[in-house]
Write a protein that binds this ligand. Structure first.
Ligand SMILES: Nc1ncnc2c1ncn2[C@@H]1O[C@H](COP(=O)(O)OP(=O)(O)OP(=O)(O)O)[C@@H](O)[C@H]1O
Ligand SMILES: [Mg+2]
Length: 410
């Protein structure tokens, strides 16, 4: 297997599929996708490992698939993390500026971030991210980059994401068992945001909703920074099981019916349109109106969005996100989802698939791969310091370009 050239791997351990994206940085754009691997997720429920062996097998299968498609050996990966063990809070770090004649240096920012980190966190939780929101120099707030400012006191507002130590350890153990080194753990919704957002959406403020199988992850942006993140234990699988129960059909058939004929908005559906619903073993199939399917799906999607709306309220954003709602994840492929979101949030809503990478006709990852592709964006941003020491100018230019973009907005 070819080993030439640097590759970056994003490993998204979802509740329905394990998605692996292999990419290489490019000069002209950001990165090129070399291959995508995919395997059904087994042994993993709502972001937590419930069967060690099955999870390891699923990860191995997806990695093998990605290696075969990309022709590259995967040795390490940036890994997405989600689940209802994830919690987030906003915090503030404060430091005095003294030794440098009042001019703020990069080291002061590090100290301020360290100070923000020293909030009391229960022993069973660990910090996954500290995401700077805004800096305050003396009384002046709203500063994005305080280096070079003069002052006596530097404050930083941050968004802190934590996860359960046990849940994290279990995931790490499974990946280790597959012989893959972990570059970094990344909140899945943060990665998805990197993949699907446009610059102006971050500027104006928006809400990213990644509807997965077992979880729905949200990120709220205001003033170009992350104000709130949350993980809701509900997703496309709940819709499928409602259909299976409501129509008395096997789960796999319910899943097919949902994807092919389902809708989140019953008013969009022609009641005269009939679909064949297979019966549970031995029972006869029956013709059912598409509007019946939609009438089962709609309340669940309403419930999901009302839980998201509750999170928006918690986020205490001071103004409505002008760029509205950006929907991604496989669950966003459900017909009528964006229209229902517009009704519930009273905001413009649009579905979004990953972009911001060098396009290739061969690989066209849909919304289910937003996290996997976003992990590549994240990795380029994080690796910049190390890469700049070891790689040529081309790579450096690429990374600088990406870093500039990401630094500006995340
Ligand atoms: N065409 C479609 N219409 C409706 N739903 C769809 C469609 N395609 C996929 N889905 C749903 O998307 C969900 C899976 O999405 P995704 O692959 O983003 O989840 P995941 O990343 O595995 O899970 P999670 O993010 O919860 O860990 C499933 O519930 C599936 O039914
Ligand atoms: Mg997902």
């Amino acid at each position: 297997m070819a080993r030439n050239g640097k590759i970056i791997t994003g490993l998204d351990i979802g509740t329905t599929k394990i998605g692996v994206v292999v990419a290489e940085p490019t000069e002209s754009c950001t990165f090129r996708i070399l291959g995508i691997g995919n395997a059904p997720a087994e042994g993993f429920k709502k972001g937590a490992v419930v069967d060690f062996e099955k999870t390891v097998d699923s990860i191995r299968q997806a990695i093998d698939d990605a290696e075969m498609v990309s022709g590259r050996k995967i040795e390490s990966a940036f890994v997405g993390i989600s689940g209802d063990h994830i919690k987030s809070i906003n915090s503030r770090g404060v430091v005095a500026i003294g030794k440098t004649g009042g001019e703020i240096m990069p080291g002061d920012i590090d100290r301020a971030l360290q100070a923000a980190k020293s909030i009391s966190i229960p022993a069973d939780r660990e910090i996954i991210h500290i995401l700077p929101q805004t800096f305050i120099v003396d009384e002046q707030g709203g500063i994005k980059d305080p280096v070079g400012f003069t002052g006596s006191r530097l404050e930083v507002d941050v968004h802190v994401v934590t996860g359960s130590v046990t849940a994290i350890q279990n995931i790490l153990k499974c990946i280790d068992k597959c012989g893959i080194n972990i570059d970094e753990l990344v909140l899945e919704s943060l990665a998805s945001s990197y993949a699907v957002l446009q610059k102006d959406e971050i500027d104006l403020g928006c809400v990213v909703i990644d509807i997965g199988g077992g979880t729905t992850d949200i990120v709220v942006f205001q003033d170009g920074a992350i104000k709130h993140t949350a993980v809701i234990s509900m997703g496309g699988k709940n819709v499928t099981s409602d259909l299976a129960i409501g129509l008395r059909t096997p789960l796999d058939k319910a899943e097919q019916l949902k994807c092919a004929h389902g809708s989140a908005l019953s008013m969009r559906v022609d009641a005269a349109e009939m679909v064949l619903v297979p019966g549970v073993t031995g029972r006869e199939s029956k013709q059912v109106s598409r509007s019946v399917l939609a009438s089962i799906i709609e309340p669940r999607m309403e419930e999901l969005f009302s839980l998201v709306a509750r999170e928006l309220k918690k986020s205490q954003i001071t103004e409505a996100p002008a760029a509205g709602v950006v929907l991604t994840g496989g669950g966003s492929l459900l017909d009528g989802t964006a229209d229902l979101a517009e009704q519930i949030f009273d905001l413009p809503a649009k579905p979004a698939a990953p972009h911001n990478y060098e396009n290739s006709s061969e690989f066209n990852p849909g919304p289910a791969f937003a996290t996997g592709v976003g992990l590549i964006h994240y990795s380029l941003y994080r690796q910049e310091a190390g890469v700049s020491k070891t790689k040529g100018k081309g790579m450096l230019r690429t990374v600088e370009k990406i870093k500039k973009w990401l630094n500006e907005y995340f």
